[in-house]
Design a binder for this molecule. Structure first.
Ligand SMILES: Nc1ncnc2c1ncn2[C@@H]1O[C@H](COP(=O)(O)OP(=O)(O)OP(=O)(O)O)[C@@H](O)[C@H]1O
Ligand SMILES: Nc1ncnc2c1ncn2[C@@H]1O[C@H](COP(=O)(O)OP(=O)(O)OP(=O)(O)O)[C@@H](O)[C@H]1O
Length: 521
């Protein structure tokens, strides 16, 4: 592969957002080739997304950034190309898919991609139907994109790049919001197409287990945005494992076998009920989203809500947090109907973290965002400062404390949105996918803090696609499918229900997969 001319050549390339800032990319030199599949790894905030935005020529112009060194595309400085050429030749799926949509409806968005490629109208319908079929969104063709679930939006973004015929494709955390089976299917589809069309592929992911076997190469960045490693995956994961891990990079679980699994915390059975839902129905316009749901969650539980994309998990969480009202049925919180709770009282007892962290930010700095809830809760200035310092340290955000929350990296935004909810010990904490896009260190910090709160009595309910987290931490799991609860019990029992797992597009955790593999060897 390396006999060919490189597609990209970076020579001592550096990038800073501000002249006075430390560079986000620091003296980086490497080349990327056609047909090659490269994994780009690095802790949250190490500069991975910044690099992708430089590779597609958006930075430095779009944000008045500063560069030094060279970045060449097919032997010429990338800045010398007209934007249209770059956009057609280099396909990119951004970390936040919402930021790349131009149209309102799914089929219009895909038609827009084809129009830019000058594809005749007569071919559009068939091509659009084909890609929607690949990503499993055929029945959402006429839907408003902004009313889709998080995972469905990501699938639209993926469908739009499958329509293109890029010479080089960059995927920034493409599977972060996908349910476990959609994630595997997506990886297999992309790799099949890459083999057919032979484009170069750069993949940024924190969870790389399912990509590893396809990759020819890995490039890792350290926290200073410098190259830490450039090698084959095998060489990197075998000979540089500790270096990667000490730089907070998640490595495939098979290299850290046995260290990851921790049995769920022993169940302190509490008879008191914190949340009780009876016959809940919820519709968007005329479409039924939740169908006659009934279940209860006991105090002190560590409970996960899991299930396929679009099953209704976020919608359910929003109803429990009183951010939406059911059409019929009742929800009691601490034995009082939710409708009788005054919002001020309720939000002292319930913390809620949105799926999209940006929906939560209301302050100008990271520091003010973290302090906001503490001030409302009446903490003294000294106490607020002490707690804010501790949370920013725990979540690796101390050096970013004076930044605007919107200028953080994807993982940093997610951590900030979670940190703002952790200053007190509320009765109930609701998190919508709290760990996606996080590196190894920040996941373990987050789980440590949440475990401590749980031990002090806080009930935890979180939506996740990460079955390893469910396996390691939860003592209660609800599985959703098409607006119904199809399982309500312990994770241990769930892992035995093979047929149900398949139907709900879930996967058993790595711990059990590796045991099964060992048994079949
Ligand atoms: N504002 C809205 N208007 C209309 N339909 C909506 C709206 N928000 C969500 N939906 C639909 O409701 C269904 C459930 O969405 P929800 O976000 O609860 O799913 P989810 O299980 O959290 O999915 P994911 O895992 O992809 O985040 C989906 O089919 C979605 O398209
Ligand atoms: N628009 C911006 N203005 C100022 N600083 C920024 C901006 N965007 C990103 N940064 C900073 O640049 C650094 C690198 O961010 P980047 O988004 O490239 O990280 P990343 O490796 O992709 O992280 P993650 O895994 O969390 O997505 C971070 O410290 C971030 O706070």
């Amino acid at each position: 592969m390396k006999n060919h001319q490189p597609i990209f050549e970076l020579d001592s390339f550096s990038f800073s957002f501000d002249k006075h800032d430390e560079p986000s990319l620091n003296n980086v030199s490497f080349s990327l080739y056609a047909e090659e599949v490269t994994l780009l790894l690095g802790a949250s905030g190490s500069g991975k997304s910044t690099l992708t935005l430089c590779l597609n020529g958006l930075y430095p112009e779009a944000i008045d950034g500063f560069t030094s060194g060279d970045l060449l595309y097919k032997g010429r400085s990338i800045s010398s190309y007209p934007k249209g050429v770059i956009n057609q030749e280099i396909g990119i799926v951004f970390q936040d898919p919402e930021s790349q949509f131009c149209m309102v409806r799914v089929e219009d968005e895909l038609a827009f991609v084809l129009e830019n490629l000058s594809i005749p109208r007569s071919q559009m319908k068939q091509r659009i139907e084909h890609v929607l079929d690949i990503v499993g969104l055929s029945q959402y063709k006429k839907h408003n994109i902004h009313q889709l679930s998080g995972g469905q939006k990501q699938k639209v973004a993926l469908a739009s790049i499958l329509l293109m015929d890029p010479q080089y494709l960059i995927l920034d955390e493409p599977t972060a919001n996908l349910d476990p089976i959609s994630s595997i299917e997506f990886i297999e589809t992309i790799m099949r197409i890459q083999k057919e069309r032979r484009f170069g592929l750069l993949v940024i992911e924190h969870e790389i287990d399912d990509w590893e076997t396809y990759a020819h190469r890995l490039i890792a960045l350290n926290k200073k945005g410098e190259i830490l490693l450039d090698s084959t995956p095998k060489e990197g994961f075998i000979n540089h494992l500790q270096e990667l891990r000490s730089n907070r990079i998640r490595v495939p679980k098979r290299y850290v076998n046995r260290e990851i699994a921790r049995p769920p915390s022993s169940e302190k059975e509490n008879k008191e009920v914190i949340v009780n839902l009876k016959n809940i129905q919820f519709n968007y316009k005329n479409k039924q989203i939740l169908n006659e749901l009934s279940f209860l969650i006991k105090k002190g539980r560590f409970c996960a809500i899991v299930g396929e994309n679009g099953a209704g998990k976020s919608t359910l969480l929003q109803l429990i947090a009183k951010l939406n009202k059911p059409v019929s049925g009742s929800i009691d919180f601490l034995n009082i109907p939710l409708s009788d709770w005054h919002e001020n009282e309720l939000y002292k007892k319930i913390g809620y973290v949105f799926q999209n962290p940006e929906h939560q930010f209301i302050n100008q700095t990271v520091y003010d965002e973290v302090c906001f809830g503490m001030k409302l809760s009446g903490y003294s200035r000294v106490e607020t400062e002490r707690m804010a310092h501790q949370l920013l340290t725990d979540f690796d955000l101390l050096s970013d404390k004076w930044k605007n929350p919107f200028s953080l990296s994807g993982g940093q935004k997610r951590r900030l949105s979670v940190a703002t909810m952790l200053h007190s010990t509320p009765d109930l904490l609701l998190f919508d996918e709290p760990t996606f896009g996080q590196d190894a260190y920040t996941i373990s910090q987050f789980m440590r803090i949440v475990m401590q709160l749980n031990e002090k009595g806080t009930t935890i309910v979180f939506v996740t696609h990460d079955m390893d987290l469910v396996d390691s931490y939860c003592n209660h799991v609800l599985v959703m499918q098409e607006g119904n609860i199809v399982y309500n019990g312990t994770p241990k029992e769930l892992w035995r229900r093979t047929e149900l797992l398949e139907r709900a597009r879930l996967r058993i955790p790595y711990r059990l997969r590796s045991m099964n593999e060992e048994m079949t060897v």
